[in-house]
Design a protein around this ligand. Structure first.
Ligand code: SAM
Length: 201
C-alpha cells in the first residue's frame, strides 16, 4: 500500500480514535506504561492522543504522526489534558532526530503499521539517551499457535482495512535492535505486548 493511501486510511479513523480516548479495555495498560514516562518524551505515531490522559505532570512531549486528521484531534486533546506537546507531521519511517535527545521514547499500537519496523526500533534506541527508557504497548503475533495461524490468515484483509500488520513479533523486534528488556507482559491471549526497555543493560 503506498504512503498516500496509508495516510488516508488513518485520516478516516481519526474520529474513532478520538471517541475511544480513555477506552476502559486499554486504560490500565496505558496508565501503567505511561506512569514511567519522564523528562523529554518522544511519542511516535501519537494518533489522536490516546495516551494524553495518563502522562505524569511535568513531561515535555514531542509527538509525531503522518496523519493530519489524527494530529488535529491530538492537538485538541493536549489542550484539554494540559500537556506540553510539540507536534510534528512526519512519516516515522523517514523521520530523523539527533542522537540521544530523549529521556523516554513511547510507541503504542504503532509498530504494526511501519514499512520497516526493525529500522524504527533501531531509531528509538538511537534517539533515546543512554540512561533513558523505551515504553511500548503493541499488538503483535500471539504465542498461541491456533490464534497466530488465524492472525496470519486474516492479516491481508485487516491490513487493507486498518493499515496494521498484527503478525509481528514485538519481542523479537525489540531484541533484534539490541534493546535490553527490563520488563515485559503479554495480555489479550498474548497478542498485546507491554514492554519496558532500555538502550543497554
Ligand atoms: C493504530 S493507530 C495508534 C495511535 C496511537 N498511538 C494510539 O495508541 O492510539 C496508528 C497510528 O500510527 C500512525 N502511523 C502509521 N504509520 C505511520 C508512519 N509511517 N509515520 C507516521 N505515523 C504513522 C497513524 O497515522 C496512526 O495515528
Amino acid at each position: 500500500m503506498d504512503k498516500e493511501r496509508r495516510v488516508r486510511l488513518f485520516d478516516k479513523q481519526a474520529d474513532m480514535y478520538d471517541r475511544r480516548r480513555g477506552d476502559s479495555s486499554q486504560e490500565r495498560f496505558r496508565r501503567g506504561l505511561l506512569s514511567h514516562a519522564e523528562g523529554d518524551v518522544l511519542e511516535l505515531a501519537v494518533g489522536a492522543g490516546a495516551n494524553f490522559p495518563y502522562y505524569p505532570s511535568g513531561v515535555r512531549v514531542t509527538a509525531a504522526d503522518f496523519s493530519g486528521m489524527m494530529l488535529e484531534k491530538a492537538k485538541a486533546a493536549a489542550g484539554r489534558y494540559n500537556i506540553d506537546v510539540s507536534f510534528l507531521q512526519a512519516d516515522i519511517d523517514e523521520l530523523q532526530f539527533p542522537e540521544h535527545g530523549f529521556d523516554t521514547v513511547i510507541s503504542t499500537l504503532s509498530l504494526c503499521s511501519y514499512v520497516n519496523p526493525q529500522q524504527v526500533v533501531a531509531k528509538m534506541k538511537r534517539w533515546c539517551k543512554p540512561g533513558g527508557q523505551i515504553l511500548l504497548m503493541e499488538l503483535g503475533i500471539s504465542s498461541n499457535g491456533v490464534l497466530a495461524a488465524l492472525q496470519k490468515t486474516l492479516n491481508p484483509l485487516l491490513y487493507r482495512l486498518h493499515g496494521c500488520h498484527h503478525t509481528r513479533n514485538m519481542e523479537e523486534l525489540v531484541k533484534g535492535a539490541g534493546l535490553h528488556i527490563v520488563h515485559m507482559e503479554r495480555h489479550w491471549l498474548k497478542m498485546l505486548y507491554l514492554i519496558h526497555a532500555r538502550p543497554s543493560g
